[in-house]
Design a protein. Structure first.
Length: 280
């Protein structure tokens, strides 16, 4: 009734007159007198949008309406899919390591036409790590009962020449799943100083002004050159290769890697490398 009065500001009829007009129009209509009621049909409720979020088409990514559940790292029956960024869902879901189409994870690389080149990169990476004694293969029975088995993930990448865009190298890097690391158990401190780009530009400017010679130094696999702080144990990632030995799926469940040196993905990796530089 109030809404009607607002909509018809010029209408000055009283409630009694309105009731009388209704009776004249339809004498047989026995309506109850008008009473003031709260209009609940206009109540606004905060609800989630039903719109599906989608990545820009130029990125070549697809969004699926699926409920994703992380893999249970304790179930060995699905060991080959147990990496940090693999999920199971009611539909097939493909997730990229980044928007760069040349950067991906193991399960994605194995779907690529050049997957054999990625396998070769994995084999070379494993051989290099064993040669440098970055870790050693041990039986799972040798792992202390109170130790946590960390998961691992391969990061795969095609490296291209900046000038031509041609593929120059296939790279495979093994990373520890740092999300499972607990402070006080797997590490203590993580801080490591890093140089600011403003400082680099400042010194390069001085070099140009004073006609100084500059040199650039790069460490190959820098983090992996430093000794590890404490004992860490890691599950074998999918596709892992042991030089001179063939492991079946069942054999892979029986072995783990005991880290002897620093490895990418650890929360304290940067600090361990910095301390290594200071000592040497």
């Amino acid at each position: 009734y109030k809404a009607g009065l607002i909509a018809n500001e010029g209408d000055q009829d009283t409630p009694e007159e309105d009731q009388e007009e209704i009776s004249k129009e339809d004498p047989e209509d026995e309506r109850e007198p008008l009473v003031e009621q709260q209009d609940t049909s206009r109540q606004q409720y905060i609800t989630r949008s039903g719109r599906v979020s989608k990545a820009p088409e130029r990125l070549g990514m697809t969004t699926y309406e699926s409920i994703l559940e992380p893999y249970d790292y304790e179930e060995w029956d699905e060991w080959c899919e147990k990496d940090l960024f693999a999920f199971k869902a009611s539909e097939q879901v493909s997730m990229k390591a980044s928007t760069d189409l040349d950067t991906m994870y193991y399960h994605q690389a194995m779907r690529e036409p050049d997957k054999e080149r990625f396998k070769e990169a994995i084999r070379k990476e494993c051989e290099d790590y064993f040669r440098e004694s970055n870790y050693k293969l041990i039986s799972i029975e040798q792992v202390p009962k109170d130790a946590t088995l960390l998961s691992s993930v391969w990061q795969m990448k095609r490296k291209r020449k900046p000038s031509t865009g041609e593929i120059s190298k296939y790279k495979a890097r093994m990373n520890v799943d740092g999300s499972k690391m607990v402070k006080g158990i797997h590490y203590e401190e993580t801080y490591a100083p890093v140089v600011a780009w403003a400082t680099i530009r400042f010194f390069l400017t001085l070099a140009v002004i004073n006609n100084w010679h500059t040199r650039q130094l790069d460490f190959l696999l820098a983090f992996t050159q430093a000794d590890i702080e404490r004992d860490l144990y890691m599950r074998l990632p999918a596709g892992f290769v042991v030089p001179g030995k063939t492991l079946s799926d069942e054999d892979r469940k029986k072995y783990v890697l005991k880290l002897e040196k620093n490895l990418y993905g650890q929360k304290q990796a940067g600090r361990v490398w910095y301390q290594h530089l200071k000592r040497n």
